[in-house]
Design a protein around this ligand. Structure first.
Ligand SMILES: Cc1ncc(COP(=O)(O)O)c(C=O)c1O
Length: 402
């Protein structure tokens, strides 16, 4: 089983993103949410395309630095930053968004009086509601992220917090990932924009210079079509919030899935094909270890499955209802249940498209299954290069304390 990444597709997505938000007089910094594809060569490629890194852990920061992403294009978000992580971010001069009042209090002790070497902001939860996947919805009434703006007294508290801290110059919001409609995303950005206006009016100056609007553009998993696309989102924002693009604010984005999902494919061999209780079952090597969300929440994360022969050619033949199972030792390890496909047999291949984000790059170590190799391809031919080699059993044993 391998992960495949269409590098030209990633470059094209980055170009679409840049073009969609490009506005004369507006400084836009695009960062890539590293959690979506935590592979150094992918971060390096995106960095070459002018897309920095949004990191949410020391590990993600280390990957971004290893990829050579310039500190000025790195943003640190995370709801659980330790004092050491805050210190490191300040020393490196990377932007960071505090999550809550306690984190701001820690920054009070760390930021030298009157100055800040790094751009600092506060994450707010606009509480505009959930999208279709609860676990991906970060702007619910009780979400764990940011300062909940609609809670009593919260807006006044935030305005005061900014007035007391001249070094707070950014405001951050991220309404959710996958399943959040554009209108809800725009409503979240509106809340942050209106709050920035209020802070700046209260301060009598442009204290908030930068709005970080997060990521979250959903991906279409049902076909090859890219929708809604960066252009649709940027246009929706322009229509709803003209002031966002009038040059008074610099913008930061943090898209993850929408930059890489459609460029990725998992390719796995069918080891056995069997039947049970009248159901055809193809046992493959791609299961919960690489398609974790699909296996544990199949309703929210359905994937297409392409049935291919051993040489990778599409299979034809009458569709047969079958399960496409993974190698993990639990019954629910299915990437597709009761799916109609040409009958898969021993030695065939299955391809799982749209898996460039949060799939093969976000491995789940169940059953000590090793991380698969990830190969990038580009150009006519195409030319392949290894982005991450497969984990060896020796590495796996060492990692497991052996
Ligand atoms: C703060 C923040 N920014 C950006 C993202 C990226 O979201 P997506 O991959 O849906 O674009 C996430 C995802 O969890 C996030 O939490």
């Amino acid at each position: 089983m391998v992960g495949l990444l269409d590098l030209d597709g990633v470059r094209a997505a980055a170009a679409d993103l840049r073009a969609a938000f490009a506005t004369p007089g507006v400084e836009v910094t695009h960062t890539f949410a590293v959690k979506a594809a935590s592979l150094v060569p992918v971060l390096r490629l995106l960095s070459e395309e002018g897309v920095g890194a949004e990191v949410a852990s020391p590990g993600e920061l280390a990957l971004a630095r290893a990829a050579g992403v310039p500190p000025g294009r790195i943003v640190l978000d995370s709801p659980a930053k330790t004092p050491d992580e805050l210190r490191e971010a300040l020393a490196l001069g990377i932007a960071l968004n505090a999550d809550n009042p306690q984190e701001l209090a820690r920054l009070d002790r760390l930021v030298p009086p009157g100055t800040a070497a790094a751009p600092l902001g506060l994450r707010v939860n606009p509480q505009v509601g959930a999208g279709s996947i609860g676990a991906m919805s970060t702007a619910t009434a009780t979400s764990k992220f940011g300062v909940a703006l609609r809670d009593e007294g919260a807006v006044d508290w935030v305005v005061r917090a900014y007035l007391d801290r001249p070094w707070l110059t950014r405001l951050h919001t991220h309404t959710g990932s996958q399943g959040v409609p554009l209108e809800l995303m725009a409503a979240g950005v509106r809340a942050a924009y209106e709050l920035a206006e209020r802070i700046n009016t209260a301060a009598g100056r442009r204290q908030v210079t930068t709005l970080d609007i997060g990521g979250g553009l959903p991906v279409n998993f049902a076909s090859d079509e890219v929708r809604p696309g960066f252009r649709a989102y940027a246009d929706a924002l322009r229509a709803a919030l003209p002031g966002l693009f009038d040059g008074r604010y610099a913008l930061v984005t943090e898209f993850g899935r929408s930059l890489v999902a459609k460029a990725g494919t998992i390719l796995a061999r069918v080891e056995y094909a069997k039947t049970a209780g009248g159901r055809a079952i193809a046992v493959t090597h791609a299961g919960a270890q690489v398609a974790t969300r699909t296996v544990f929440a199949p309703g929210a994360w359905p994937l297409r499955v392409l049935a291919l022969d051993p040489k990778g050619r599409p299979k034809d033949g009458e569709p047969v209802v079958q399960d496409v199972a993974g190698p993990c030792c639990f019954a629910g390890d299915l990437v597709a249940a009761a799916r109609e496909l040409p009958l898969l047999t021993e030695g065939d291949l299955v391809a799982l498209p749209d898996t460039g984000a949060y799939y093969f790059s976000t491995h789940f170590a169940y059953n000590s299954l090793p991380r698969p190799a990830v190969h990038g391809y580009s150009g006519p031919g195409p030319a392949f290069r290894t982005l991450r080699r497969a984990q060896t059993l020796e590495e796996l044993v060492r990692e497991s304390g052996g």
